[in-house]
Design a protein around this ligand. Structure first.
Ligand SMILES: Cc1cc2nc3c(=O)[nH]c(=O)nc-3n(C[C@H](O)[C@H](O)[C@H](O)COP(=O)(O)OP(=O)(O)OC[C@H]3O[C@@H](n4cnc5c(N)ncnc54)[C@H](O)[C@@H]3O)c2cc1C
Length: 600
């Protein structure tokens, strides 16, 4: 960016914002819509729509504003840092307010018109978070015979909430998703209980296979409010992240009911509340929250295929989620069914432990080398260099969110082409070993695969070399049956086995709703996750946002929360604000409630 580029950019943005403000103040949706290009995208997180919604083109903008303008009353549009122009696109960081809150966003202009606009509701007026200037005093100065210490207050709250008083929100699932959301709700003073069947916060990580480290780097993984310290490893080992979550739960003062299982939930329409039955350390307790959040994990319901002969197999067999680690299998023969992340991690660990390992690949897998992903895919936003260049986590999150899903693949394809070229020799070696590769249906790579289907990839941290050189044997095809001592493929190939690991992924998230609430409610809500991209495992029609995540669903007062650490951190704020608004009785007219096109 040169100095000469800054000034025209500022003028361009200021002119656009003032015309936008004028149109909005006049209630003129059509005039506001005319400020958008024909191929433009306005992504709103809660500020205008009380929803996560991306509208497209002037017609989409007008329709949304026709619904939202009168009650939103947006105003005070301003830039918060000097805009800049590069390659014909002017970018601006903006702030605004509405009738009930303060928001921020990001704008891209092309030829004086809006190409992309992101608007987010960041706080509710009068209900600001207890952070920064609003932080609690802690000490109570003066004299007070009724004084209660911080500890006494915490103990009292823990004793009463759920017994003598009811929480506003129950979050089922205390993994990093449930924990981060509960921390957000605490700052917004929304009484919340997190229900977690494991004994300790962090156990959902601790209980995964022994050698697991996060595949995403530290800059991408921060929890809300407390960033990882400077000495935190780039790729956090699973038990270390478990300990961090345990510490976090404590210092963020969460009401975290561990060793507690949610058994059933039903919505009492007349009372406008949920009846949630939980078993806490052996005792049954009924909670009556107004809002229910399922933060039960995308990778929480192991999917194990039914294969003839599983009952006769004399060796050990388990899903990857139950895999204890490789130690016990030195000298054994293992068959790992599946060829994505878990399979690669488990195969490599078994090989290191001295087992004879075969990976069974049924369909193609997208592989990207971790180094390349860090350098080419994430480096500009989430890296030490990005932080040094002033791209804070908050800024990186906003930039990420500002790219509309409809065109995100166009930004991703060149990155993955670059990685493919950079690692051409690596991919050649894998293909020569018989491994079937893909880069996603449209070559858009890992992140789009994750957003669309949440599966089908491996971030290579070493296992691929073992596949390429034959140390991990590769068997392509479909498993037909198990015998007493092995696995038989459809083409008749027999693979002897002492151990069979099903690295076959996880069941759909609305399966949790079926399990806990009812099949009717699960069907009413429909498929969770995916964009409707009409690619493999993500059927159309186009949805514009991820199905049912962090936003209102077709079941009143039922919400889904989760995703990777980055998504949970960023979107938990907007989910927390939706819950807070409801708890305060603020009107929350939802624009564009999601249609249900698929059941699971
Ligand atoms: C092998 C593997 C590697 C991964 N690597 C990464 C990575 O590098 N980076 C990343 O961001 N993500 C990674 N993920 C994705 C990972 O699953 C999520 O980031 C993270 O675990 C999601 O957190 P969550 O809170 O949404 O779900 P989970 O951590 O799965 O937590 C859900 C919780 O709900 C609880 N629960 C379920 N049902 C009930 C009930 N009825 N009552 C009470 N409690 C219940 C479970 O016990 C569990 O603790 C990985 C996943 C796997 C399987």
């Amino acid at each position: 960016m040169t100095d000469t580029a800054v000034e025209p950019a500022t003028t361009e943005v200021e002119q656009w914002l003032s015309r936008f403000e004028e149109a909005l103040a006049a209630g003129d949706s059509a005039a506001a819509a005319e400020l958008f290009l024909d191929d433009s995208y306005w992504r709103d997180l809660v500020a205008f729509t009380w929803n996560f919604k991306t509208v497209e083109g002037p017609a989409g903008v007008k329709d949304m504003l026709d619904h939202a303008l009168a009650h939103t009353r947006p105003r005070g549009w301003a830039t918060i840092e000097p805009p800049a122009t590069a390659e014909g696109v002017t970018e601006a960081w903006i702030a605004f307010e509405t009738e009930i809150g303060r928001g921020a966003g990001h704008l891209r202009l092309k030829d004086g018109k809006a190409w992309t606009l992101l608007t987010t509701l960041d706080e509710l007026k009068g209900h600001e978070q207890t952070t920064g200037p609003g932080r609690p005093m802690g000490a109570e100065h003066g004299a007070n015979p009724e004084r209660q210490t911080w500890l006494e207050q915490r103990e009292r709250e823990a004793k009463e909430l759920g017994y003598e008083t009811q929480p506003e929100v129950v979050i089922v699932g205390g993994g990093q998703g449930g924990i981060g959301l509960a921390a957000r709700l605490r700052q917004l003073r929304v009484p919340t209980i997190v229900v977690e069947r494991n004994e300790r916060p962090g156990d959902s990580w601790r209980k995964r296979y022994k050698g697991l480290c996060l595949h995403d780097p530290v800059w991408y993984d921060h929890m809300p409010y407390i960033k990882f310290p400077e000495n935190w490893p780039v790729f956090s080992p699973k038990d270390k992240i478990g300990d961090w979550l345990e510490m976090y739960t404590r210092v963020m003062e969460l009401n975290y009911w561990s060793s507690t299982e949610a058994k059933s939930a039903r919505y009492d329409e007349a009372a406008g509340e949920w009846v949630v039955v939980v078993e806490r350390e052996g005792a049954e307790i009924t909670l009556r929250p107004k809002q229910l959040v399922l933060a039960t994990g995308m990778s929480g319901r192991p999917y194990t295929p039914e294969i003839p002969g599983q009952d006769v197999f004399k060796g050990e067999q388990h899903h990857s989620a139950q895999h204890p680690g490789a130690d016990a299998y030195a000298g054994k023969t293992a068959v790992v069914i599946g060829s994505n992340n878990s399979s690669h991690d488990i195969c490599a660990a078994l090989w290191e432990a001295g087992a004879d390992v075969t990976m069974v690949q049924r369909s193609s897998t997208h592989i990207v080398r971790s180094d390349s992903l860090m350098d080419v895919g994430l480096g500009a936003l989430y890296s030490e260099e990005a932080v040094a260049a002033g791209v804070t986590t908050e800024k990186a999150d906003t930039i990420f969110a500002s790219l509309p899903y409809r065109i995100m693949h166009e930004f991703q394809i060149p990155l993955y082409n670059e990685m493919r070229e950079r690692d051409a020799d690596f991919y050649d070696r894998l293909e020569q070993a018989g491994f079937e590769l893909d880069f996603g249906d449209d070559d858009s790579g890992l992140f789009m695969k994750y957003l669309r289907r949440g599966s089908g990839y491996y971030i290579d941290v070493g296992a691929s070399d073992l596949v390429a050189d034959g140390s991990i044997k590769l068997q392509r095809g479909i498993v037909e049956r198990l015998t007493e001592h092995g696995v038989v493929m459809e083409d008749g190939t027999e693979l002897p086995a002492d151990l069979v690991v099903y690295a076959t992924g996880y069941g759909p998230m609305n399966g949790w709703a079926a399990e806990l609430i009812s099949q009717d409610v699960a069907d009413k809500v429909g498929k969770v996750w995916g964009l409707g991209s009409d690619t493999r495992k993500d059927p159309g029609p186009w949805e514009g946002e991820q199905r049912n995540m962090w936003k209102p669903t077709r079941q009143e007062a039922l919400w889904f929360h989760g995703g990777n650490l980055h998504q949970s951190r960023y979107y938990s704020l907007y989910l927390a604000l939706q819950l807070k608004a409801r708890s305060e009785g603020i009107d929350t007219p939802v624009y564009g409630l999601q249609e249900v096109h698929h059941l699971s």
